[in-house]
Design a binder for this molecule. Structure first.
Ligand SMILES: Cc1cc2nc3c(=O)[nH]c(=O)nc-3n(C[C@H](O)[C@H](O)[C@H](O)COP(=O)(O)O)c2cc1C
Length: 191
């Protein structure tokens, strides 16, 4: 797939078919993710790919974040229907057959820690684009960070930080295209 096409057409998918993608496809996506740039090339990240019972248990824990999210959605005056959609998605991650968690090593130096987090974000974006190129849907999710400690404990990585998770699988519903805001882009010294 052409790179610009992947960038413009990748979407966040919130409903999946139950079919598991072939492991070699998931492996290619993970490999592309790992080739992201990283501060001092530290690659201070770890990736956990979950299916089957592990996925069930992890998703059940992640669903506890709904309790924290609901008051925030209500305060933001999100309509009842929208609140229910979010709750349903967080309940089972849209039925995706696999879930990927990206965790990051902590660094006591705040600048290095930010570099680790930004590197993890680069990995995450590579992962999303590669998945899209393979015909798979994903959804970058930080909403589950409300239960970060429980999820890290489950993963056996209590000393790391959870960057984000994503469901991964074949999409069952074409999502809408959320418009982009006309934020300022400054061009200085070009004339
Ligand atoms: C850092 C980050 C966190 C996100 N967290 C969530 C989340 O917790 N739940 C969710 O449904 N979508 C989440 N998203 C997806 C965004 O809602 C989505 O990217 C945005 O609405 C634009 O839509 P698109 O990805 O389809 O272009 C997150 C995206 C990013 C980059």
């Amino acid at each position: 797939m052409e790179l610009y096409e992947a960038i413009f057409n990748r979407r966040s998918h919130r409903l999946y078919k139950p079919d598991m993608p072939p492991k070699e496809v998931l492996q290619r996506v993970i490999d592309a993710a790992r080739w992201a740039p990283s501060g001092t090339n530290a690659q201070a990240w770890e990736i956990t790919v979950m299916a089957g019972r592990t996925r069930e248990e992890f998703v059940a824990l992640a669903a506890h974040s709904i309790t924290h999210l609901m008051p925030i959605l209500r305060a933001a005056a999100i309509p009842e229907k929208g609140q229910q959609m979010v709750a349903r998605f967080f309940q089972d991650l849209g039925g995706a057959p696999a879930v990927i968690a990206v965790t990051i090593y902590k660094n006591a130096d705040p600048h290095m820690n930010i570099a680790n987090i930004q590197s993890g974000a680069a990995l995450m974006q590579n992962l999303l684009l590669a998945a899209h190129a393979e015909g798979l849907g994903t959804c970058w999710m930080t909403g589950v960070l409300y239960v970060e400690k429980e999820l890290l404990d489950y993963l056996g990585k209590p000393d790391q930080q959870l960057l984000a998770i994503t469901p991964i699988g074949y999409s069952a519903k074409e999502p809408p295209v959320p418009p982009r805001k006309p934020r300022e882009v400054r061009w200085l010294g070009f004339d």
